[in-house]
Design a protein around this ligand. Structure first.
Ligand code: PEP
Ligand code: MN
Length: 283
């Protein structure tokens, strides 16, 4: 894969300081022809936490696409809390991702390991960097050397400055296609899995020119709270949502408690469109 090389880091830093901070500039990132994050449309990214089989992924993709998802999510390498939990189908997932891409629908999938960039790149349209890897600067620098869009999730214990610093690692190495994703931070309360920090949306908007996406599935950890947080995120200015959907959430091999059904996604998408319309946007 063709690599970008950093010629002058200092010069890049100066140009960022000059051009971006404190100004109302917005970066738009094209994922595929006609699909842009950071433009007037709010982009829905939906699909299972983990790809389990070709049938499950293709079926879910068709359902969520029909109801307004522009990009399909599906993990094949899973960073699970326990090493004994399902770790994803791994390389067997490349052809499954391809079968959805062949239908003309872009996909996003998590990259866990710097050594997998070249082999995974041909099968994804967006690389997802998960909460646990936001501080993996070696991975971020390597993703900076290619041009494929990267959705960078906020680490569950990162301040906003640390989050923006991580994004700069990718940008300063030559990849301009970075999307920020708020997915919740640790708090002391266990009613929700994380505390979805929606206040970070206006803060990030002020401090950065990058598109901002919200993940209400990991942000709450509870399927029945996903819709209200999705609507709130759009109202607060999010450019997109990343949502876990499964044809049979109770049977999902990962994150089943926070996963919504295809039917619930349909309802969510139509309400999301109404909220988007209210602020002059659409799904
Ligand atoms: C995921 O998107 O399935 C995931 C593991 O997310 P996070 O890194 O936010 O926990
Ligand atoms: Mn998940």
């Amino acid at each position: 894969m063709k690599r970008n090389f950093v010629t002058d880091l200092e010069e890049y830093k100066n140009s960022r300081d000059r051009n971006f901070y404190g100004q109302d500039t917005r970066r738009k990132i094209e994922i595929a022809p006609g699909i842009e994050i950071g433009g007037p449309r709010v982009v829905l990214m939906a699909g299972p936490c983990s790809i389990e089989s070709e049938e499950q992924f293709v079926m879910t993709a068709a359902r969520v696409k029909e109801n307004g998802a522009a990009i399909i999510r599906g993990g094949i390498y899973k960073p699970r809390t326990s090493p004994y939990s399902f770790q994803g189908i791994g390389r067997a997932g490349y052809s499954v991702l391809d079968s959805v891409r062949q239908l003309g629908v872009p996909v996003i999938s998590e990259i866990l390991d710097v050594r997998l960039i070249d082999e995974m790149a041909p099968h994804v349209d967006v690389f997802q960097v998960g909460t646990r890897n936001m501080f993996n600067y070696a991975l971020l620098k390597e993703l900076g050397k290619i041009n494929k869009p990267v959705l960078l999730k906020r680490a569950m214990m990162a301040t906003i400055e640390e989050f923006l610093g991580a994004a700069e690692y990718i940008l300063s190495h030559g990849n301009a296609n970075v999307i920020l994703c708020e997915r919740g931070i640790r708090s002391f309360d266990s009613n929700t899995r994380f505390c979805l920090d929606l206040a970070s949306i206006p803060v990030l908007r002020e401090k950065s020119d990058l598109p901002i996406v919200v993940d209400p599935s990991h942000g709450t950890g509870v399927a029945r709270y996903v819709e209200s947080m999705s609507l709130a995120a759009i109202a607060a200015g999010a450019d997109g949502l990343l949502i876990e959907v499964h044809p049979n959430p109770d049977k999902a091999l990962s994150d089943s408690k926070q996963t919504i059904s295809c039917e619930d996604f349909e309802l969510l998408a139509s309400r999301a469109n109404q909220v988007a319309n209210a602020i002059g946007r659409s799904i």
